[in-house]
Write a protein that binds this ligand. Structure first.
Ligand code: SF4
Length: 317
């Protein structure tokens, strides 16, 4: 039996997906790079949620982390520098049925891609946006990025970066219609997974800044945070990122934070004395542009022609 129906359509058979079903090419990131951990978390999430690979899309821009789509056995789009989000919004506006992940770096998203970042957050189309923030342009070999700390020696600032770094959390929280802003670290796989999972279930654009180790260029930035968990502030709330006992045992520096409180989220994001992880802000009722752009997708060709004619008739004189 071929499972054909009367109308010759093939019957869909139940499928079960394993981790291997999401594993693409072998990742060519440096050993110890935090990108490996994020890739593993996303593949596990796809398996746990049983996402059909042909209904899953990973979009990226340019940079080390933007090689992400090559390492997933799903649909992918390795775009232009800073252009991951407009590509993702374009896909989302016509394909409400796919699951979408966006991989972008601090150089990609927070510099040349800034305008797209602002508008994509405002559009609030459903997708998980993972900002891999390693504080440097890694692919082009150690150049100051917008999030590089002041005084850090790079190829473009051999005597130390001059300006204070841009704070991606504060910026995102300041954008009209932001609906989900979280931060996590690549070296805690439980918290990393829980954060991406929470973002995946959010009905809108989930912006997740991932503090991502780059042992090649910014080890001096991330090693102290990794070695001393007291530098991390774990945000807790019933509507936040769930943290189990293992995570709570590591991060004793904790704060109860209601993610519906945007002013408090902004104050936490602006703190310079610690690295907050968890959900800073969530608004499930924010407007979604993809709901508007998806209107008419179910129309037949004849209905579309009739609608266009009706529209043109308005201009008859
Ligand atoms: Fe990762 Fe840094 Fe190597 Fe790029 S240069 S792959 S960010 S460790």
């Amino acid at each position: 039996m071929f499972g054909l129906k009367d109308d010759w359509a093939e019957e869909e058979r139940p499928r079960h997906f394993f981790l291997e079903d999401y594993e693409g090419a072998i990742a060519r990131w440096c050993p110890g790079c935090g990108d490996h951990a994020v890739l593993s978390a996303v593949q596990r999430l796809c398996r746990d949620e049983q996402l059909p690979p042909e209904k899953t899309v990973v979009v990226s821009g340019i940079g080390c982390s933007s090689r992400f789509p090559h390492y997933m056995k799903t649909y992918g789009f390795h775009g232009l520098h800073g252009r991951a989000l407009p590509v993702a919004c374009g896909i989302r506006s016509r394909r409400p049925d796919v699951h979408m992940f966006v991989a972008t770096g601090d150089g990609d998203n927070c510099s040349i891609g800034t305008a797209h970042w602002v508008h994509a957050v405002r559009y609030n189309m459903r997708m998980v946006v993972m900002l891999f923030d390693n504080n440097i342009y890694g692919l082009t070999k150690n150049q100051t990025s917008p999030t590089t700390h002041r005084g850090f020696n790079s190829m473009t600032h051999p005597h130390g970066a001059w300006l204070s770094p841009l704070n991606p959390l504060s910026v995102t929280l300041g954008i009209t219609n932001a609906s989900f802003v979280a931060q996590t670290v690549d070296w805690n796989p439980i918290h990393l997974y829980a954060t991406i999972r929470e973002g995946f279930h959010h009905p809108g654009l989930a912006f997740i800044r991932i503090l991502q180790r780059c042992p090649h260029f910014t080890a001096s930035v991330f090693e102290p945070i990794q070695r001393d968990p007291s530098l991390v502030l774990l945000l807790e709330h019933g509507d936040g990122i769930p943290a189990n006992d293992t995570v709570r045992r590591i991060y004793k520096n904790r704060q109860e934070h209601d993610p519906s409180d945007r002013n408090s989220a902004q104050a936490i994001a602006d703190r310079g004395d610690c690295f907050p992880i968890g959900l800073l802000y969530r608004n499930r009722n924010a407007e979604r542009y993809d709901e508007i752009s998806a209107r008419g997708l179910g129309m037949t060709g004849a209905q579309k022609v009739a609608a266009v004619n009706r529209m043109l008739d308005r201009f008859l004189v």
